[in-house]
Design a protein around this ligand. Structure first.
Ligand SMILES: [Zn+2]
Ligand SMILES: [Zn+2]
Length: 455
């Protein structure tokens, strides 16, 4: 239930009691640029005909606009009424009910029949033995991982409500020593164990398992899930830190360091509202002020203030601001007029420009701008396949790719393909790409650039 990006048909949803909903209405064309939401919605309906209608009905939402308002943290119309936590979790579960093999929905079955859930993963449903057997060769490869997904999506509720929070405060280790999740978890050591124990023993945790209609997993499984959720929440800020380390360094320049997060949506908004970006500040100690501006058409209501004007920076602090729109518009309106600071680093999480012609058309002016102004840029993608496709596009644009590879701070929380549950799960920001300028840059310019090393 923590925010997921929605370009992919399998992203799940934020603060909305059901995941990846897809109203069966024609989405209004986005105001500007291609909409990640719209593409995800249409594909969901293609994969499981009728499911979007079930989801809409379960959530008492009447339109795509209303749905989007909820996703973006707005107030839905009257009649949204979720009566209790059990009710909410039941509705959430209902949205997963379709046969993973033949895609039949509960109300399309004869009266005497019901869908039954796989007993191992408690995640996918089947209309009967025949479908389950026929599907097993495919499902057995992902059953275990989908079992983790089923626990994670329940525990995410504790992140949404704030009952499970992030470790806070400056890092006890020198940041250079923290290179991946193993070292990050070692750094927090017993402090984190205490936090996890306290979450496991909390009233909120008991209430959750009393409400979800399935047995409470053993403590080790729950600890594992909470750790995955931590990595999911902190993946973005720590990836920003890696990008800064690799492409910029801690240059301590007067006025501080400015990072623009492009293509930002409700995911980034949610993270910023939960204080996740503070972890980025802890990764860059001794900085003279960090400014992070979220730029995107799909920013949620609770986004940081729009004012991106340069303000006095304060050491150790992170300043967040936002701009609702496309990055090249932001550039024209704010950077070229001197109303916002030139970025030291630009980062885009799952931009998705490889996925679709329309998305590419929306991204092209931004990609060209980043290339031509030689802005140190980092993108992340979900899979090796997306990495290859994205590198191919950057190659065609003659962008100078400095490094790419597996992200040591990828989210460790598996993401299920919502409408195609037996597709192997993917992980947010699993791979990164660093690029800077064009491949026609002179050697001199190259020498002036930062490290060529990967992360
Ligand atoms: Zn079936
Ligand atoms: Zn299973």
């Amino acid at each position: 239930m923590a925010p997921r990006r929605q370009r992919r048909h399998h992203r799940q949803h934020p603060k909305c009691p059901a995941p990846a909903a897809a109203p069966q209405v024609t989405p209004a064309p986005p105001a500007s640029g291609p909409s990640i939401h719209t593409l995800g919605f249409l594909s969901l309906e293609r994969n499981v005909p009728g499911l979007s209608q079930v989801i809409l009905q379960k959530l008492n939402l009447k339109s795509y606009e209303e749905y989007k308002a909820v996703v973006n943290g707005g107030i839905p119309g009257p009649g949204f009424g979720i009566s209790s936590l059990s009710d909410m979790f039941q509705r959430l579960e209902d949205t997963f009910q379709f046969c993973a093999r033949c895609r039949v929905l509960p109300d399309q079955l004869p009266v005497s029949e019901v869908l039954r859930r796989c007993k191992r993963c408690r995640n996918v449903y089947y209309c009967g033995r025949e479908c389950q057997r026929a599907d097993w060769p495919l499902h057995r490869k992902v059953c275990w991982e989908l079992g983790l997904v089923a626990v994670d999506r329940l525990l995410e509720w504790l992140v949404v409500t704030g009952d499970f929070s992030l470790p806070s405060g400056p890092w006890p280790w020198p940041p250079g020593a923290v290179r991946d999740w193993d070292t990050w978890f070692s750094m927090w050591g017993s402090h984190l164990d205490t936090m996890l124990d306290s979450a496991l023993g909390s009233h909120a945790m008991s209430t959750l398992w009393d409400s979800v209609g399935r047995p409470r997993p053993d403590p080790e499984s729950l600890r594992g899930s909470l750790r995955r959720l931590l990595t999911d929440t902190l993946s973005q800020p720590l990836t920003l830190g890696l990008g800064l380390r690799a492409l910029v360094g801690n240059n301590g320049k007067p006025g501080g360091t400015t990072v623009h997060v492009v293509g930002a949506s409700h995911v980034e908004t949610f993270l910023s509202s939960r204080g996740a970006y503070e972890e980025f500040a802890h990764m860059v100690p001794g900085h003279i002020g960090l400014h992070v501006t979220l730029v995107g058409v799909d920013l949620a209501e609770e986004a940081p203030p729009q004012d991106a004007s340069p303000s006095p920076s304060s050491p150790g602090k992170i300043q967040l601001s936002s701009y609702r729109g496309l990055y090249h518009d932001f550039w024209e309106e704010k950077i070229e007029t001197g109303r916002a600071v030139w970025p030291d680093l630009v980062v885009g999480f799952h931009p998705g420009f490889h996925a679709d012609q329309d998305l590419m058309a929306g991204w092209l002016p931004t990609l060209l701008l980043l290339r031509d102004y030689a802005i140190p840029t980092m993108f992340t993608v979900y899979s090796q396949q997306e990495l290859t496709a994205s590198l191919h596009i950057l190659g065609q644009l003659e962008a100078r790719v400095v490094a790419y590879g597996e992200n040591p701070f990828a989210s460790l929380k598996p993401e299920q393909a919502y409408s195609n549950p037996n597709k192997p799960p993917v992980y947010c920001s699993a791979y990164y790409i660093l690029f800077r300028g064009s491949c026609h840059q002179s050697d001199e310019e190259d020498a002036a650039g930062r490290t060529e090393n990967g992360i």
